[in-house]
Design a protein around this ligand. Structure first.
Ligand SMILES: Cc1ncc(COP(=O)(O)O)c(C=O)c1O
Length: 488
């Protein structure tokens, strides 16, 4: 066979045959691992949910009154529509949030294991951040000029997270969106690569699913008003799948792989041992930048997952808790990326870069970030979070074992996730195959009615440095009562 024909056949194999063979193997493997989920009597579950909804309504007359009032001026009755996605019959309207507790308008106290879906991971209103923001507020909020505190903030960022160069954004969504612009600009490559089941915020490029049959990128059906051309510009591969990753990188068109170290927004899917070392090597081989979004995995340890596990991404992103829950996000980069980024900007015509927002790096955000870097991103803080998480993990596992429940608790530092499958999942398809939304909702509502908040949409529980033994005991007691209501 001539060299040309051989090359053509090889290309066809890589483009068409290999992905299909790979997809069939993956599907069979997934089916093999899927055991029948534990059957919870649907009638009993439905009755439990109804009972808990009634209980919740009767315990929250003030919240119900506020909900009715808000309907007049806020679509969905809330200032952000997804605040209605909690499984409560009316929204809880918060009055205060301190440490690991929140109180609603009815004066009910909750041990908070949701912690603003990570924004309040270091506890609500941490004292050093409160003091720094209060002091800065009297000196001005925003000026679209770098505040003098920028210099120590840069030094602290480099020290805590290990990358030399930094830029700021207001939210993790912004940071990810800006990073995707930078990587395309500095590499000249059009594609980005993400994992199936990812969430990187309100970022059009990444609100994408993987068609399980064809492996193609498809727009997430729930996303409103989207026009982004996912098949043309975003590739999606299953998590923990090195072959699929290599296939997606091979043509040298991918500017960056944007990923969380573990999928934390689709259940909790941990990386297989050695996955990241091999994945990063593949990125390097194909000239693709490796971007880690550690917005949620900051819970792992000081400096996040990468620092804890000795991984060196080209770009590193964090938002939410990075400045103690005050709106602020950061992205760090290697010296090489910083040089290429500056060259890309210099070579572009004058005008809008499409990167940045007016209030970004404002003085309040910088003051909060400095205080958080100094006082919250510390070994002592993390030791306190891990201690509470150890206790919670041990208590939950004891209960799962005592009843021989085929469910698993997956832990990532101070956060853990109860998943209704026997082993930690390896990819998004395994999470999909075990989804039990009614069971999940019943757990949330049952615990909420007993003074414990979990993260909505999934079974995530996060411990703050201020989470006490009594908070953990409250959760475990409520969990016992939920299991009894389901099975006894
Ligand atoms: C990993 C990750 N990145 C980015 C974001 C977006 O954060 P924000 O909504 O604060 O912009 C989220 C939100 O849940 C997230 O989990």
């Amino acid at each position: 066979m001539g060299e040309k024909r051989f090359r053509a056949k090889e290309a066809t194999w890589h483009r068409i045959v290999a992905p299909v063979v790979h997809m069939l193997c993956t599907m069979r493997d997934t089916v093999d691992r899927i055991s029948t989920p534990l059957a919870v009597d649907p009638t009993r579950l439905h009755a439990l949910l109804e009972r808990e909804r009634t209980h919740c309504l009767s315990a929250h007359p003030a919240c119900a009154a506020l909900a009715a009032r808000c309907q007049a001026h806020f679509p969905f009755g809330v200032p952000l529509h997804w605040m209605r996605d909690w499984p409560t019959p009316v929204s809880l309207f918060l009055r205060t949030a301190q440490g690991a507790h929140v109180q609603c308008a009815d004066g009910v106290d909750y041990a908070d294991f949701c912690l603003g879906d990570t924004g309040a991971m270091f506890g609500h209103a941490p004292a050093p951040v409160v003091a720094a923001v209060a002091a800065q507020a009297a000196q001005g909020f925003t000026g679209m000029l770098p505040h003098e505190i920028s210099a120590p903030v840069g030094e602290l960022l480099a020290d805590r997270f290990g990358l030399p160069y930094w830029q700021l954004a207001m939210t993790a969504s912004d940071a990810n969106r800006f990073v995707l612009r930078w990587v395309r600009a500095l590499s000249g490559r059009p594609q980005v690569l993400v994992f199936d089941g990812c969430y990187h915020g309100a970022v059009d490029d990444t609100l994408v699913d993987r068609d399980p049959i064809t492996g193609a990128s498809v727009r997430r059906p729930s996303v409103l008003g989207a026009v982004h051309n996912h098949p043309a510009f975003t590739r999606v591969v299953p998590f923990n799948d090195l072959q699929a990753l290599e296939d997606a990188l091979r043509d040298g068109q991918v500017a960056a792989l944007l990923a969380e170290p573990a999928l934390t927004n689709f259940g909790l899917v941990p990386p297989q041992p050695g996955f990241w070392e091999a994945a990063q090597a593949l990125c390097q081989r194909h000239g693709t930048l490796f971007v880690l979004d550690e917005t949620h995995t900051l819970s792992t340890g000081v400096g996040g997952w990468a620092r804890t596990h000795g991984l060196q991404p080209d770009i590193w992103v964090a938002g939410k808790a990075v400045a103690g829950g005050v709106p602020c996000a950061v992205y760090g980069m290697s010296a090489d990326v910083a040089a290429r980024l500056q060259a890309a900007k210099r070579q572009a015509p004058q005008g809008h870069s499409g990167i940045g927002t007016t209030l970004t790096a404002n003085a309040l955000a910088l003051a909060a970030l400095a205080a958080a870097l100094q006082h919250l991103h510390t070994p002592d803080t993390y030791a306190a979070m891990q201690r509470a998480a150890d206790m919670l993990q041990a208590g939950l596992n004891e209960r799962l074992h005592a009843r021989a429940l085929p469910w698993t608790l997956t832990r990532l530092g101070a956060r853990m996730e109860l998943q209704f499958l026997p082993d930690p999942p390896r990819n998004a398809d395994e999470v999909r195959a075990h989804a039990q939304p009614a069971l999940q909702a019943s757990l949330h509502l049952f615990l909420l009615n007993r003074g414990v908040l979990l993260t909505p949409f999934h079974g995530m529980m996060l411990c703050a440095p201020t989470t006490t033994d009594a908070d953990v005991a409250r959760l475990l007691q409520a969990f016992d009562a939920w299991l009894a209501a389901l099975f006894d």
